[in-house]
Design a protein around this ligand. Structure first.
Ligand code: 1CP
Length: 363
């Protein structure tokens, strides 16, 4: 499938910023920008099951585009409406999304024997065909307004869910694997990595123009454990993906972003790991992150999402701090939150935030 069959781009700001080019202002998007804080999301979802919504290309594409329409002219990227847990599903695990609770795995992996239940030879093109259909349709419907981002969960973060069976506070079961069954942990991480590379490549083939890998639970690992159980797999993803894309006949360089939440100690290594963009949570002082990154990557982030519960004046002040901290935003910078939106957020506060990012970032 060639990208030439899609409408021409009217706004490619984020692609230019991700490639390290100088830009007129920093591009803006927000993790979880499509979702429960938008009233139109509830209208379209209409009480339907979350994964059913993702699998319906028409609905998923509509929800993906909602923030682009809602904040017209203020958002510079759309991210496909889906979830990181579709990889465990493709590998044969049953995952339900329980309203107001979160994801629940019917049968989490608890002992190495359980690895036998996984579908090792996952046919990604078949198992996740619905995801590619949704991406292609969304790219067409976007009509070049903004680039479309694809994504996947990072191997360690997905391993957490597959073993814990859902969200966790103490990561007891998955850490038991790391410290009791390190060999089998690596087998599982490798299996997830292989599926992730294929999934990302096929998302590009379907029309995704930039990709983000979510290592949301990176911060649960200490530096040594991060170096053993996360970083090598993140590096495999960034090195194998271009090779797979080449095999698929895609020569274009696709910007790749990594969000390793809580892994502040890893910033220097992440700048050398084959990613174009490193996305930061709010625990970094922007000035320090800039010093460490030394222009090797584009930094993305990193306002505390909870700032949106503050007054407009405080939001303005924090936007100024953030953009100045990242050097003014005209190179090597993409505006984002330090983590996702919350369902309770007021979209008008987010609009104020975006407007202020445009104002300060254009100055
Ligand atoms: O605009 C968008 O970003 C929408 C697409 C999207 C993405 C990129 C969704 C929709 N989920 C994700 C990624 C995702 N899913 C991550 C990585 C980003 C992050 O750290 O937040 C993670 C950890 C998940 C797992 C997940 N899915 C959780 C967290 C559970 C926990 O451990 O506490 C939850 C609650 C979900 C469900 C989900 N995914 C997406 C939405 C809109 C929702 C809420 C579902 C609903 O409508 O009730």
């Amino acid at each position: 499938m060639s990208t030439t069959k899609f409408p021409p781009m009217k706004n490619d700001l984020i692609l230019r910023a991700a490639r390290g080019e100088k830009v007129e202002r920093p591009p803006c998007w927000i993790m979880r920008q499509a979702g429960r804080y938008l009233p139109e999301y509830h209208e379209v979802k209409a009480g339907r099951d979350f994964f059913e919504t993702c699998r319906d290309a028409e609905i998923a594409s509509e929800i993906t585009i909602q923030p682009v329409v809602h904040f017209e002219g203020l958002i510079d990227a759309a991210i496909i409406f889906s979830d990181i847990l579709v990889i465990p599903q493709a590998m044969g695990m049953d995952v339900q999304m329980i309203d107001k609770v979160g994801p629940r795995f019917t049968d989490p992996l608890r002992v190495p024997e359980d690895l036998k239940r996984l579908n090792v030879k996952t046919d990604v093109s078949k198992e996740l065909a619905w995801a590619f259909k949704a991406i292609t349709l969304t790219r067409k419907k976007l009509d070049g307004r903004v680039p479309l981002l694809g994504f996947c969960g990072a191997p360690w973060t997905l391993m957490c869910y597959m073993i814990e069976g859902g969200g966790s506070k103490i990561y007891r079961f998955v850490k038991e694997w790391l410290y009791k069954y390190p060999k089998e942990s690596h087998i599982l991480l490798q299996q997830i990595t292989d599926v992730a590379v294929e999934f990302l490549a096929l998302q590009v083939q379907a029309g995704a123009q930039m990709l983000q890998v979510f290592e949301s639970w990176g911060g649960e690992l200490g530096p040594n454990e991060f170096n053993e159980f996360s970083l090598p797999y993140l590096r495999q993803i960034s090195s194998k993906l271009p090779l797979r894309l080449k095999e698929l006949g895609i020569a274009e360089k696709i910007p790749l972003s990594i969000f390793a939440k809580g892994s502040w100690y890893a910033l220097d290594d992440l700048c050398e790991s084959g990613y174009d963009v490193v996305s930061l949570d709010w625990l970094y002082l922007p000035e320090n992150a800039v010093k460490v990154s030394k222009g090797r990557v584009t930094l993305q982030g990193n306002i505390d999402p909870c700032t949106m519960y503050g007054s407009d004046e405080i939001i303005t002040q924090k936007v100024e701090q953030m953009i100045k901290g990242f050097g003014g935003g005209k190179q090597h910078y993409i505006v984002n939150f330090g983590h996702g939106t919350h369902p309770f957020m007021n979209p008008e506060k987010i609009r104020h935030f975006l407007k202020e990012c445009h104002r300060v970032g254009s100055a």
